[in-house]
Design a protein around this ligand. Structure first.
Ligand code: HEM
Length: 231
């Protein structure tokens, strides 16, 4: 809402309320790519959850197919724009963070390709699994913000990282946790769902409930502490 509204009103300087280098006077390419990045981010944020709603898939399969194509195309475009912002324009965080988010981009490319390929080959079980992997890959940057805000809510101070340079062990660990680990967790989920014993299912369910609780609390912290003040 913040980027879209100020973009539509031509007040691009307002982007710098979030970070002083999001709008750079004279850097037309960089500004356009940043604008496209956040525009596609909005598209995928709205369409992604809808793709996972069972009722919508069964009652409106045409919507699922069209919106799925838009989602996959946006996944590629948001990542290409993200790679430009990371490596050409330069972003906050050190080289470790740049490599970590690049791996996130690579995971997105890979999962998006397999999701659409399996759908076109009508291998729907495999399509569904890759779609979940893709959704988690696409949610990486959101997890990053949510878990960081949860951490700040718990400690009430920037423990484990330097807020001036946005580097430190906490951020390196968090990058692995949010960009890479969810792929392993999804693989375990599908294994437990298909072949797990009742104990394994109960343990995994407990883990998911705890994670959901953390995400819920982190979302409240991010909404109140980061997103609402920018509107
Ligand atoms: C796929 C889902 C993604 C979403 C929803 C998303 C969303 C956003 C948003 C909203 C911003 C503006 C900053 C903010 O308000 O927090 C942003 C900035 C940025 N994103 Fe993404 N992004 C995604 C993926 C990626 C990927 C895959 C990369 C890199 C390969 C990337 C790299 C960046 C960079 C470098 C910035 C600017 C940060 C800076 O200059 O310090 N993003 N993204």
């Amino acid at each position: 809402m913040h980027y879209g509204r100020s973009g539509a009103l031509g007040q691009l300087e307002a982007w710098n309320k979030v970070n002083p280098h999001f709008y750079v006077k004279g850097d037309i390419t960089g500004n356009v790519i940043f604008g496209l990045h956040v525009a596609f981010a909005a598209v995928i944020t709205i369409l992604g959850p809808l793709q996972l709603v069972d009722a919508l898939r069964t009652r409106a399969p045409r919507f699922h197919r069209v919106s799925g194509r838009v989602y996959i195309a946006s996944a590629f475009l948001v990542s290409v724009a993200g790679l430009y912002l990371t490596w050409v324009r330069g972003a906050v965080g050190g080289p470790v963070m740049a490599v970590a988010i690049t791996m996130n981009g690579a995971i997105i490319f890979c999962c998006a390709a397999f999701t659409i390929r399996n759908a076109m080959q009508r291998k729907f079980a495999a399509h569904q699994q890759w779609a979940v992997h893709l959704y988690l890959g696409m949610s990486g940057v959101w997890f990053f913000r949510v878990f960081l805000m949860l951490w700040l809510m718990i400690w009430r101070a920037p423990v484990g990282f330097d807020p001036a340079t946005f580097t430190g062990p906490l951020l390196t660990g968090l990058s692995v946790l949010v960009y890479i680990l969810p792929q392993g967790i999804a693989a375990v989920y599908f294994h437990v769902r298909c072949n797990g014993s009742s104990l394994q299912r109960a343990l995994f369910t407990g883990f998911l409930v705890l994670t959901a609780l953390g995400i819920g609390l982190g979302s409240v912290a991010a909404t109140l502490g980061m997103w609402m003040p920018r509107l």
